[in-house]
Design a protein around this ligand. Structure first.
Ligand code: ADP
Ligand code: ZN
Length: 689
C-alpha cells in the first residue's frame, strides 16, 4: 500500500494514479474528494456511472482508517468489494448471504484496524450488539450508498435505512458521505435530516447531457412499429436500443425490424444463453438494434449508440433518464425518441395495481399471522387470494415489517407500522408515473426538466437548444405547422387578455375568452404550447386543495416579450401537428432509405432536402422543378412559399406523380381550392419529362 504524507498537496492525484490507475479526475470528483478530506459531511447526487464510488474511496484511503460503507444490495456490495480487492486494498463485507465464520472474521479484522473498507447491509444494525461493536473502533469515514433509500419519498424506500440516523452519532466524528444517483430536492432534504448531517456540502451535478436531442411525440400504438422501422432505416441512426413496454411488444418489434436490419429482442423471458448472445452481438456490432425491456442495458458498455427509442411510456423518469443516457457515450450527437399516447396510461395503471396490491390484500395476510411461525405454503393454501396476489402481498408485508420470514420459510407477525410506509410508497409510485405524464405534456425544455427532476435546480434554468421544445423545426419525428390566421388571431386575444393580470389559470382563460366548446381542448393546449415555444407566455404547474382533494392547474402568464408584443401576427407560431410524413402509418409500408439528417440541423430547407433525397432520381428532378415553380408563384402572389405548397405536399406530389386532378386531389394537403388554382400548372410539370 503506498504511503504518502497527508501534507502532500497532490496526495489525491497521486493516489488516483497509483491506487486506481486513473490518469485524471472526472468532472467534480476532485472537488468532492477535497471536501471529504477536510472532514466535511457531503451529499452527492450524480448520475450512475459518473464515478461516485471514487469520491469516498479515495479520500478514505488518504485519511487512513477504515471506511464503513453501507450498501442496500448484496450484489452491489460484492461488486465493489471485488473491485477494491483487485486493487490490492484490504476489504471485508458483512451481509446475510455470507457464512457466519466470514462475518466473524470481518468483525475481528475491523476491530484490529486492519481493514481499509468494511461493507455492511443496513439490516445488520438490527443485530443486537453489532452497532456497539462498530462503535468500539470508530471508522475514518462513513459512506452511505444509494442514500435515497432512506427517504420514503425516494423510490426503493428501505425501512432498514431509517435506523441509520440513530446509530450514526455513536460512530462519529467521521464525516458522513451520502451518495445517490437520484434525489429530488424533497428527497435531498430528507436524506440530510434523517442522517443528521451537519452542514453538508452538496454536489449535485452532471445530469445534463449536451449531445442528446430529446424528442417526445404522441404516437398512436399502431403507428409505433412503423415509426421505429423508418427511424432506424437510416444507417446513421444506428446502433440503436429500442425500449418496449412488454416482452410481447419487444418480440414483435424485433421481428419487424429484423426484416430490414440486423436486430433482435432481449428480455427477461429469454434463455440466459440467448440473452448473452444478443448482448455480445450488439456489443460487437453484429446486431445494429436491440429491442429490449428494461432488463437490457445494465451490462452494456457501448459508446457509439446513436439512438434510443422508447416505444411506450416509461414508468419513472429515473429509468427513462438512465435509458436515454446509454446513447452517445462517445460524446457525439445522438437522438432519443419517446412515443406515448393515452393508451400507455392504462397499461401503467395495470402494472401499478399488480405491483402495489390494495392494502386490503396485505391486511388479509397480516391478520392470520401470529408469534408462532406458520409455513408459507400453509398460509398460501388457506388464503382467499390467488397464488400470485398472495406472494405479492406477503412480499410487501415483509419489506414493510408487517411479516417476518425465517430461513425455514416460517412466517411470524411483525409490527403494525407497515400500513403507513406501504401506503406512502404505493402513493409515491403513482406520483412517479404522474411525473412521467407531466414530462410528456410539458412545454419546458426536455433536458432542463430532467436536470431539475434530479435535483440540480441551478442548472435547470438553461435550455438545451436541441430538444423538440427548444428546436421544434429540428425535430425528426414531430412535425410543426405554422399557425393559421384564426390561430394567430386567437393568440393575439390571449396576449391581450393576459396583459392586465399577473396570471390566469389555463381553464379560466379558456372560459373568459369564450372558447369552451368552440375549439377542442387539444387545439387550445396546442396553441398555448406554441405560444410558449414562441416565447410569448410561460406556463407553470400549480395546485390547490378543494374538498380535501388536490387539484392541478396551469398558470399562464405573459413573458417580457409577450408584454412588449403589440401584435403577435408577425410572430412565428409553430403548432405541433402529428408526425413527419413517412414516419406514421402502417409499418408494412416499404422501408425507404431515408437519407441522414445530421442531428441538430434546424432549417426547413434541410428538412426539405432530407425528404427529397428519398425520391428516385426522376422524382427528385420533379421536386426541384416544382420548387422552382413554387418560388415564382409565391413571388407573384406575394405569399410565403409554403402557402402555395407545403414541403410535405410537394414531396408527395413528386413521389406519386399524379396524372389527373383526381389523383392530385388524393394527395394530403391538396384541397379542392388548391387543385382549382394550381392543378393545371402542377399536372403540367408532372407530365413534362
Ligand atoms: P457510480 O457509482 O457513480 O455509478 P462508479 O463509481 O461505479 O459510478 O464508476 C463508474 C466507472 O467509472 C467505474 O468503472 C470506475 O472505475 C470508473 N471511473 C471512476 N472514476 C474514474 C476516473 N477518474 N477515471 C477513469 N475511470 C473512472
Ligand atoms: Zn431543450
Amino acid at each position: 500500500m503506498p504511503s504518502i504524507p497527508l501534507s502532500n498537496p497532490d496526495i489525491l492525484a497521486d493516489l488516483l494514479r497509483q491506487v486506481f490507475g486513473f490518469a485524471a479526475f472526472r468532472a467534480n470528483q476532485e472537488a468532492v474528494c477535497r471536501a471529504a478530506l477536510e472532514g466535511q459531511d457531503l451529499l452527492l447526487v450524480m448520475p450512475t456511472g459518473s464515478g461516485k464510488s471514487l469520491c469516498y474511496q479515495l479520500p478514505s484511503i488518504a485519511l487512513g482508517g477504515t471506511a464503513l460503507v453501507i450498501s442496500p444490495l448484496i450484489a452491489l456490495m460484492e461488486d465493489q468489494v471485488a473491485k477494491l480487492a483487485a486493487l490490492g486494498l484490504k476489504v471485508a463485507r458483512i451481509h446475510s448471504g455470507q457464512d457466519r465464520g466470514a462475518s466473524r472474521q470481518a468483525c475481528i479484522d475491523y476491530l484490529q484496524g486492519s481493514l481499509q473498507f468494511l461493507f455492511i447491509a443496513p439490516e445488520r444494525l438490527r443485530v443486537p450488539g453489532f452497532p456497539e461493536m462498530l462503535a468500539k473502533r470508530k471508522p475514518g469515514l462513513i459512506a452511505i450508498d444509494e442514500a435515497h433509500c432512506i427517504s420514503q419519498w425516494g423510490h426503493d424506500f428501505r425501512p432498514d435505512y431509517r435506523m441509520l440516523g440513530q446509530h450514526l452519532p455513536a460512530l462519529r466524528p467521521a464525516p458522513v458521505l451520502a451518495l445517490t444517483a437520484t434525489a429530488t430536492p424533497t428527497v435531498q432534504a430528507d436524506i440530510v435530516a434523517q442522517l443528521g448531517m451537519v452542514n453538508p456540502a452538496k454536489f449535485i451535478h452532471g445530469f445534463r447531457r449536451e449531445n442528446l436531442a430529446i424528442e417526445v411525440v404522441e404516437t398512436p400504438v399502431p403507428e409505433r412499429a412503423g415509426a421505429v422501422c423508418r427511424l432506424l432505416a437510416d444507417r446513421e441512426r444506428r446502433p440503436a436500443i429500442v425500449y418496449a413496454t412488454s416482452r410481447k411488444q419487444a418480440e414483435r418489434l424485433a421481428e419487424e425490424l429484423a426484416a430490414r436490419i440486423p436486430a433482435a429482442a432481449y428480455h427477461a423471458g429469454l434463455d440466459a444463453e440467448i440473452r448473452e448472445r444478443v448482448q455480445t452481438a450488439f456489443q460487437a456490432g453484429e446486431l445494429e438494434a436491440v429491442v429490449a425491456t428494461i432488463a437490457f442495458g445494465m451490462g452494456i458498455d457501448k459508446a457509439d449508440i446513436r439512438t434510443v427509442i422508447h416505444a411506450g411510456l416509461p414508468a419513472t423518469l429515473e429509468g427513462y433518464y438512465q435509458e436515454i443516457g446509454r446513447a452517445g457515450r462517445d460524446g457525439k450527437s445522438s437522438r432519443t425518441f419517446l412515443m406515448h399516447s393515452y393508451a400507455d396510461q392504462r397499461t401503467h395503471d395495470f402494472f401499478l395495481n399488480r405491483d402495489y396490491p390494495p392494502v386490503g390484500d396485505l391486511e388479509e395476510v397480516y391478520r392470520v399471522l401470529c408469534d408462532e411461525p406458520i409455513p408459507v405454503e400453509a398460509l398460501r393454501g388457506s388464503s382467499k387470494l390467488d397464488e400470485e396476489a398472495f406472494d405479492k402481498a406477503l412480499e410487501k408485508l415483509e419489506i414493510h415489517g408487517g411479516a417476518r420470514v425465517d430461513f425455514g420459510g416460517g412466517v411470524t407477525q411483525g409490527g403494525p407500522g407497515w400500513k403507513k410506509t406501504y401506503g406512502v410508497q404505493a402513493q409515491y409510485r403513482a406520483e412517479q408515473l404522474d411525473k412521467v405524464l407531466r414530462f410528456t405534456v410539458s412545454s419546458e425544455c426536455r433536458m432542463a426538466a430532467l436536470v431539475r427532476h434530479f435535483g440540480d435546480v441551478e442548472d435547470a434554468t438553461q435550455p438545451c437548444g436541441v430538444c423538440d421544445v427548444c428546436d421544434p423545426e429540428g425535430a425528426v419525428l414531430k412535425l410543426f405547422r405554422r399557425a393559421n390566421a384564426a390561430e394567430r388571431d386567437l393568440a393575439q386575444r390571449i396576449v391581450n387578455e393576459l396583459r392586465s393580470v399577473d396570471y390566469k389559470a389555463a381553464g379560466t382563460l379558456q372560459r373568459d375568452l369564450e372558447l369552451v366548446g368552440r375549439i377542442s381542448r387539444e387545439e387550445y393546449d396546442g396553441l398555448l404550447d406554441a405560444m410558449v415555444r414562441a416565447g410569448l407566455i410561460e406556463m407553470e404547474n400549480a395546485e390547490y386543495e378543494k374538498d380535501g382533494e388536490v387539484r392541478r392547474y396551469r398558470k399562464v402568464r405573459l413573458t417580457a416579450v409577450g408584454l412588449e408584443m403589440r401584435r403577435t401576427t408577425s410572430m412565428e407560431l409553430l403548432i405541433a401537428d402529428g408526425m413527419v410524413e413517412g414516419f406514421g402509418g402502417r409499418s408494412d409500408a416499404p422501408a425507404r432509405a431515408r437519407k441522414a439528417k445530421t442531428p441538430f440541423k434546424t432549417s426547413n430547407t434541410k428538412k426539405a432536402e432530407a425528404a427529397a433525397t428519398e425520391l428516385t432520381p426522376a422524382g427528385a428532378a420533379l421536386a426541384a422543378r416544382l420548387r422552382e415553380w413554387r418560388a415564382t408563384e409565391a413571388k407573384r402572389l406575394g405569399v410565403p412559399a409554403y402557402v402555395v405548397l407545403h414541403d410535405r405536399t410537394l414531396t408527395a406530389v413528386a413521389r406519386r406523380r399524379p396524372e389527373n386532378p383526381r389523383e392530385l386531389l388524393a394527395i394530403d394537403g391538396m384541397g379542392p381550392a388548391k387543385v382549382e388554382k394550381f392543378g393545371g400548372a402542377i399536372l403540367g410539370l408532372c407530365g413534362a419529362e
